[in-house]
Design a protein around this ligand. Structure first.
Ligand SMILES: Cc1cc2nc3c(=O)[nH]c(=O)nc-3n(C[C@H](O)[C@H](O)[C@H](O)COP(=O)(O)OP(=O)(O)OC[C@H]3O[C@@H](n4cnc5c(N)ncnc54)[C@H](O)[C@@H]3O)c2cc1C
Length: 495
């Protein structure tokens, strides 16, 4: 007897191909994606989009080269270089920039994804289609899918087209990230990503796609000279990028050096990390995408544009500079002079995640003063997936604020805090032994790091040195002994 075959739950439905459906189902948003996608994804450009594209001095495109490798690229020219003879045709009158990896691959029948973005007004619209004609620098695209994207996560920056800017562009290729590339990625607050699903089964829902990714500088984590890890924030639930990656893991990333006009093109292979403790290390991340490098192309002085200073997106500004009141959920003494405080939210919103080693800024207003004093205290326990609604700090009674906390902060007290921050973090990607050295209360970041190492890498060796005034004032001795015993059991003791 043969079993009846199940209908494929990831088949093409509405405007989505099976990879997109798979990602939507995995994220639990398939119904809302289908409802929004069926309404919002059209096969023609509305007038508003047509007027928008005509104002842009640059547009981002995604396509594939002869090997099928996707690349994200830019075309730039004076405003009006993109036009729409009718609602189903996009006309691009601007040739490839020097070093464009898609130069020569824009031929009749090629599938292209387009993204028009005006970051200073945070508007962006997408248009995907097939190249109909190429006549010198003029390309016409038959539109297959057109839709708008929301303003979220777009850091504002206004471009101006400079006619004669590109005179000395140079192109280099490599297979690892150089120091300059890493510096550019480390300060990047935006990149573009091209992906494609060109499988016949994807039908009209397939093709090439290009998408914007924004964050605060540092949101792209450089793991080593070939690996990047990037948070995926809550978006429109369409999963165009991740859906493509589930069918073809190749991606093209594009980083722009806004000061120098350099472009850094990266050919990558991507893996989606759907959940697990690593996700909690990235503020606001719903999941992560890890990229392994296959090729670097850097083009210096490629862009004929100059840019205004950045104005960070409200989503990032809120999380990094907005004061948020937390309630003291518990207090206990670690030693005669050190007291730990647990905090929990009062507004029902989740606490911002943090990485082991980071600190919590807080402010208190002393009696008799109207000016608050701001101090920073390390989060002395790692982000705990089981208790994500708690922060812990451990404070040595010392001066004004620490004494106030000891004497006045008790369960129920309300304290203003900023989102956790700081660059002193545990390198969870290195295979080498961890060496931690601290004196007195300076052990607080190491406590969080020990905690994180327990969860993330129980087999890595750890050497901990802790100097104290004497055994009677050795804080956290019991907690350290517990960690030591737990690690001895897995053969990776703390020494
Ligand atoms: C990244 C980071 C992480 C930190 N993590 C922790 C942590 O986990 N735990 C922790 O306890 N602290 C931590 N600190 C230190 C903390 O931020 C405060 O600096 C500390 O609590 C002192 O602030 P205060 O207001 O209590 O002291 P303040 O009033 O600012 O006094 C600072 C120092 O001056 C001394 N002082 C003040 N007035 C006088 C005076 N008239 N004469 C002589 N000396 C004086 C005080 O005794 C104290 O030693 C951290 C600091 C940083 C930068």
């Amino acid at each position: 007897m043969t079993a009846l075959s199940e209908p494929n739950p990831h088949r093409v439905v509405g405007p989505f191909h099976d990879g997109e459906r798979e990602a939507q189902l995995r994220a639990g948003v398939a119904d809302v994606a289908l409802e929004n996608g069926s309404r919002g994804i059209r096969d023609y450009m509305p007038d508003q989009h047509r007027a928008f594209f005509a104002m842009l001095p640059f547009m981002v495109f995604g396509g594939v080269d002869a090997s099928g490798q996707p690349w994200a690229t830019l075309r730039a020219n004076t405003a009006g270089f993109v036009s729409t003879p009718d609602s189903r045709t996009l006309r691009i009158n601007g040739g490839a920039l020097p070093g464009d990896p898609l130069a020569g691959h824009w031929t009749s029948g090629a599938r292209i994804g387009g993204l028009g973005i005006e970051s200073h007004t945070r508007r962006r619209n997408r248009v995907n289609g097939v190249i109909e004609t190429v006549d010198g620098d003029v390309v016409t695209l038959a539109v297959k899918q057109s839709f708008g994207n929301c303003a979220k996560y777009i850091n504002g920056r206004e471009p101006v087209f400079i006619d004669d800017a590109v005179t000395h562009a140079t192109v280099e290729r490599a297979d690892t990230l150089a120091d300059d590339d890493r510096a550019l990625i480390a300060r990047a607050d935006v990149f573009f990503i091209a992906t494609a699903n060109l499988d016949d089964t994807a039908g009209a829902a397939g093709g090439a796609d290009v998408s914007h990714r924004g964050g605060m500088p540092g949101f792209v984590r450089i793991d080593d000279e070939r690996t990047l890890t990037v948070p995926d924030f809550s978006g429109n639930h369409f999963f165009n990028t991740i859906g493509n990656l589930l069918r073809d893991p190749r991606a093209g990333l594009l980083f722009v050096d806004f000061a120098r006009g350099d472009l850094l093109y990266l050919a990558m292979r991507a893996e989606v990390i759907w959940d697990g403790p690593e996700v909690a290390q990235f503020p606001m991340a719903q999941r992560l995408v890890r990229f392994e490098l296959t090729e670097v192309r850097r083009v210096r002085a490629a862009l004929p544009l100059r840019w205004s200073a950045v104005d960070y997106a409200p989503q990032f500004k809120e999380s990094s500079t907005a004061w948020r009141t937390l309630r003291v959920a518990g207090v206990h003494d670690e030693s005669p002079s050190i007291r730990s405080f647990h905090f929990e939210p009062v507004d029902g919103r989740p606490l911002a995640p943090f990485e082991a080693g980071q600190y919590l800024p807080l402010r208190v207003t002393m009696p008799g003063s109207d000016k608050p004093l701001m101090r920073t205290y390390t989060l002395s326990a790692a982000h705990d997936a089981a208790h994500p609604a708690r922060y812990k700090i451990s404070v040595k009674r010392d001066g004004a604020v620490s004494r106030w906390l000891h004497e006045h902060a008790s369960t129920g007290s309300l304290i203003d805090t900023l989102a956790p921050r700081g660059s002193f973090k545990l390198d969870t990607r290195s295979p080498r032994a961890i060496v931690l050295a601290a004196a007195g209360i300076g052990i607080t970041p190491m406590l969080a790091m020990l905690d994180a190492a327990q969860a993330l890498e129980p087999e890595r060796r750890i050497h901990l040195f802790h100097a104290t005034r004497g055994e009677h004032e050795r804080p956290f001795a019991a907690a350290l002994r517990d960690i030591e015993r737990a690690r001895e059991r897995v053969g990776a003791p703390v020494r």
